[in-house]
Design a protein around this ligand. Structure first.
Ligand SMILES: Cc1cc2nc3c(=O)[nH]c(=O)nc-3n(C[C@H](O)[C@H](O)[C@H](O)COP(=O)(O)OP(=O)(O)OC[C@H]3O[C@@H](n4cnc5c(N)ncnc54)[C@H](O)[C@@H]3O)c2cc1C
Length: 419
């Protein structure tokens, strides 16, 4: 068995949470060793930058904190210690300017993660961080050493304090595969099952077909088509229709608006086996107006050209009505108007966890102290997406990952000082 030199602090997981903890420790002059299973660090962070890295949000703090739903109580104190403005200043201190997009989302200049990660890793290395890639953590030995599987075989290391920053369970090929769940659960740590968050959903057959998903015709023509300027609500959830954009997928629906509602949709499916999404296909027009327009005599014109000229419904919206409504519903102007304003779409399952942008579930806050140390395993801290919280897209994920990494770093410094 090969023993690695003892570490003062072992940080396992080189995503944003682990790196922020390393930085917090380095600022206090504490050397850390960082281990990651992958050949390089921050792979999910880099992927997040591919579609435009949204690092935080510029809305007021009250609205910001509300995005963490049931976990607001646990996350808010960490955000107060590292609020969105401090995050922006931190990015800028790394030499990357930030800007606020029209929706209030905050991006680094260039919108990419790579320049930020490069500058960050350079600074951390200069501060003395020792990085060990291709070291997959595999739990503890009987006498409490950390076990790593490396290309040279199994290696063990002792650490005065350990931070687990192993990420959630989506996009396993980027490193965060959730394999840590049984390792912690086996040590008596409460872990809520990892579930998809910010994910797409599978639609039930809109009409009489027995199988789930769209008809072959609709899928072939419209999968990948955006549904711009719509509004969505979930039946049974007391919230107004929410405006935004979604996308037709191969077997259902996805996109930013669906992600924003994904926690409610997921919970309804869990409770009832299905959730009903209501789509307002004409959010700029009142029901009364759509009713009047739909009832307007159309003469020899087809239904499609009638709806296009009077209600602005065409393309994928028209196809969606045809996909979901019976001939009788389409022929009844009052019913048609109601459906245009609240088209019901039955959703039966979330797309698989591995495809999700983030995961819900994880290490329960009840099993952590305020410094994010595991009560069952003194000296072992946790941070980032592996904790049991979730938030919509909009920069809330990274902001909380960084804030939890910072808190755990401070907690480790205090723990070392006390021991
Ligand atoms: C497509 C996509 C786009 C996204 N866009 C955004 C966005 O714009 N804004 C935003 O706020 N968030 C975004 N996110 C979410 C964000 O990237 C994550 O929430 C964040 O990276 C989680 O950080 P983390 O440090 O907790 O975990 P991760 O970034 O997942 O890092 C965990 C690390 O732990 C390592 N690891 C795991 N298990 C082991 C083990 N057993 N041994 C050793 N190492 C291990 C992994 O290799 C990985 O490097 C996006 C996610 C995806 C998938």
């Amino acid at each position: 068995m090969h023993f690695l030199p003892s570490c003062r602090v072992a940080i396992i997981g080189g995503g944003p949470a682990g790196l922020m903890a390393a930085e917090t420790l380095a600022r206090q002059g504490i050397q850390a060793d960082l281990f990651d299973a992958m050949p390089s660090l921050g792979r999910k962070f880099l992927l997040a930058g591919r579609g435009g890295l949204n690092i935080t949000h510029a809305e007021d703090f009250e609205a910001f904190a509300s995005r963490y739903g049931d976990r607001r109580g646990q996350i808010e104190p960490l955000l107060r210690a590292f609020p969105p403005q401090a995050l922006r200043e931190w990015v800028e201190a790394l030499g990357v300017q930030t800007f606020v997009g029209s929706s209030g989302r905050v991006f680094p200049a260039g919108m990419k993660a790579a320049p930020l990660l490069r500058a960050w890793l350079t600074r951390l290395r200069e501060a003395g961080l020792r990085i060990h890639v291709r070291h997959r953590w595999a739990g503890w030995t009987a006498d409490g050493a950390l076990r790593f599987i490396s290309p040279e075989g199994e290696r063990h290391a002792r650490a005065d304090a350990t931070l687990l920053a192993l990420g959630g369970g989506s996009w396993a090929r980027l490193g965060s595969d959730g394999a840590w769940v049984p390792m912690l659960a086996g040590r008596g740590v409460g872990v809520a099952p990892l579930e998809p968050a910010n994910c797409g959903f599978v639609v039930a057959s809109p009409r009489t077909r027995p199988e789930a998903g769209w008809s072959a015709h609709f899928r072939e023509r419209f999968a990948g088509e955006p549904l711009k300027s719509i509004a969505l609500a979930v039946d049974g959830v007391d919230a107004p229709m929410r405006p935004g954009e979604a996308m037709i997928s191969d077997d259902g629906i996805e996109g930013s608006l669906v992600y924003a509602l994904s926690a409610s949709i997921r919970e309804r499916i869990k409770a009832d086996g299905r959730a009903t999404l209501r789509i307002d296909l004409a959010p700029g027009r009142s029901l009364e107006r759509v009713r009047a327009e739909a009832a307007h005599p159309r003469g020899a014109r087809s239904l499609a050209s009638h709806l296009q000229s009077r209600v602005g419904i065409a393309g994928v919206r028209m196809a969606l009505l045809r996909e979901c409504l019976s001939a009788a519903e389409l022929a009844d102007p009052a019913c048609l108007a109601e459906r245009i304003k609240a088209l019901p779409l039955e959703l039966v399952a979330a797309r698989p966890l591995d495809e999700a942008i983030s995961s819900a579930g994880g290490v329960c806050f009840e099993d952590l102290d305020e410094a994010l140390m595991l009560k069952a395993l003194p000296g072992v801290f946790c941070s980032g997406e592996m904790l049991d919280w979730e938030a919509p897209t909009g920069g809330y994920l990274l902001t909380a990952c960084l804030a939890t990494g910072r808190r755990a770093g401070e907690g480790i410094a205090a723990w070392l000082a006390g021991h």
